[in-house]
Design a protein around this ligand. Structure first.
Ligand code: PAD
Ligand code: ZN
Length: 391
């Protein structure tokens, strides 16, 4: 045993460390964030204060955050999810756990995490094997401001707020993943890539040998193509008005590309012929109600399943002829590709690291937080595929 004075010294050091930790817990965390004060106004980069992690919460140092279209809808004020201001937007992000609040048992400082929709594992939805709609998603977490800039209270978008160097969120919104996976690529698994892959693999459950048509080949649609290829689909048709997206789709596993602007006649008729009577699985990944109707009509009579992934502006409705459904077509939607983040993301990261799908080719820009407004301006111009903020 160590001499008494060394033991006393060690005990004193541990007590000091505990005291500092307790004191620090009570202090807010200063960090740099992009704050959206009003709909459509440029985000302002400034120092903000985060409340320290409370019961069940975790402090994360972000290493990468993706620019997703869904944030744009919230920022522009037409998202069906609703908008609150001022807000730190951003729901795609990956980083390192710095501290955990009381009651967090499955995460510790140093763990690598990906933000995702909640999976509390205790609510009725999480207890059921069906779906991925944790009741926490609707509970309004993040509806009370938890960030401050001076005296101004600020909301954390989607209960996370990844457009900042640090975030405090619930442990239920963090998937603990392997440490050798690159942060920029796994931040894209926070929403976009996983939604696309999951739409094909877990929501539609595409089968080997099937035919698939994907409307819209952006960050989501290209990952539906990859998911369909992984599932063993043999006819995979990508549809987009941008030829460059078509070239990428063919590189990632599409067998055909159709640009609706340059075909003669009716798009649905053309696609039905290409898939010899209609596709087993169709997906809409634009957010355009007209395309959703075309995607349903392209699904094969008898068993074709149309999955809506794109988020249409609030208030818009799709027209569905009941006879289309009577004829055996099925219409469904998906949130986050039907994936439960905490349970399934570790496996999806393993697939990424095993080279089963490609995210490197899809990340077309990396930028510091200071350039976030330019990043979104480029998205509005239709440039690039996925832009990632790196910290
Ligand atoms: P994106 O802008 O990267 O891609 C959209 C693609 O659609 C582009 O390649 C366009 O060229 C193409 N396009 C536009 N108009 C047409 C048209 N008329 N015909 C064919 N192609 C067209 O967006 P994204 O891939 O990031 O997101 C797509 C949608 O998915 C968007 O609505 C987003 O909000 C939604 C989404 N949903 C979930 C979910 O959980 N359901 C998650 C994340 C994003
Ligand atoms: Zn739950």
């Amino acid at each position: 045993m160590a001499p008494a004075h060394i033991r006393l010294y060690c005990r004193w050091k541990i007590d000091m460390w505990r005291a500092c930790r307790t004191r620090n817990r009570a202090l807010p965390i200063h960090t740099k964030a992009a704050v959206a004060y009003r709909a459509n106004d440029p985000m302002v980069i400034e120092e903000v204060e985060l409340d320290p992690p409370a019961q069940g919460e975790v402090l994360v140092e972000l290493k990468a955050a993706g620019l997703c279209h869904t944030d744009l809808g919230m920022w522009e004020g037409h998202s069906p999810i609703g908008s609150v201001f001022p807000v730190v937007l951003g729901h795609e992000g990956a980083g390192i756990v710095l501290d955990v609040g009381p009651g967090v048992t499955d995460l510790k400082p140093g763990d690598h995490v990906i933000a995702f929709a909640p999976e509390c594992r205790v609510c009725g939805s999480c207890q059921s094997p069906k779906g991925n709609f944790c009741e926490e998603a609707a509970s309004g977490y993040g509806s009370a401001p938890s960030i401050h800039a001076g005296n101004t209270p600020i909301f954390a978008g989607y209960g996370v707020g990844t457009f900042a160097n640090h975030m405090v969120t619930t442990a239920s919104r963090l998937a603990n993943v392997r440490k050798d996976a690159p942060f920029d690529e796994i931040s894209y698994l926070s929403c976009g890539a996983t939604t696309g892959l999951g739409a094909a693999l877990f929501q539609a459950k595409v089968e080997p040998g099937s035919s698939v048509v994907v409307f819209g080949l952006g960050g989501i649609g290209l990952n539906i193509i990859q998911g369909a290829r992984m599932a063993g689909a043999t006819t995979i048709v990508g549809v987009d008005i941008n030829d460059a997206k078509g070239a990428m789709a063919l590189q990632l596993g599409a067998t055909h590309f159709v640009n609706p602007k340059i075909i003669d006649g009716d798009l649905v008729g053309h696609l039905t012929e290409m898939t010899q009577g209609g596709a087993d699985y169709t997906f809409e990944a634009v957010g355009n109600i007209k395309l959703m109707e075309q995607a349903l009509a392209t699904a094969r009579i008898g068993w074709g399943v149309c999955t809506v992934v794109g988020v249409a502006p609030v208030g818009e409705k799709i027209g569905v002829s009941p006879f289309d459904l009577i004829m055996g077509r099925k219409l469904q939607g998906t949130a986050m590709g039907g994936v439960r983040g905490r349970s399934q993301l570790p496996q999806i990261v393993d697939w990424l690291m095993d080279g089963k799908f490609d995210l490197k080719s899809l990340i077309t820009a990396r930028m510091p937080l200071e350039q976030i407004n330019e990043g979104y301006a480029a998205m509005k111009r239709g440039e690039g595929l996925r832009s990632i903020i790196t910290f």
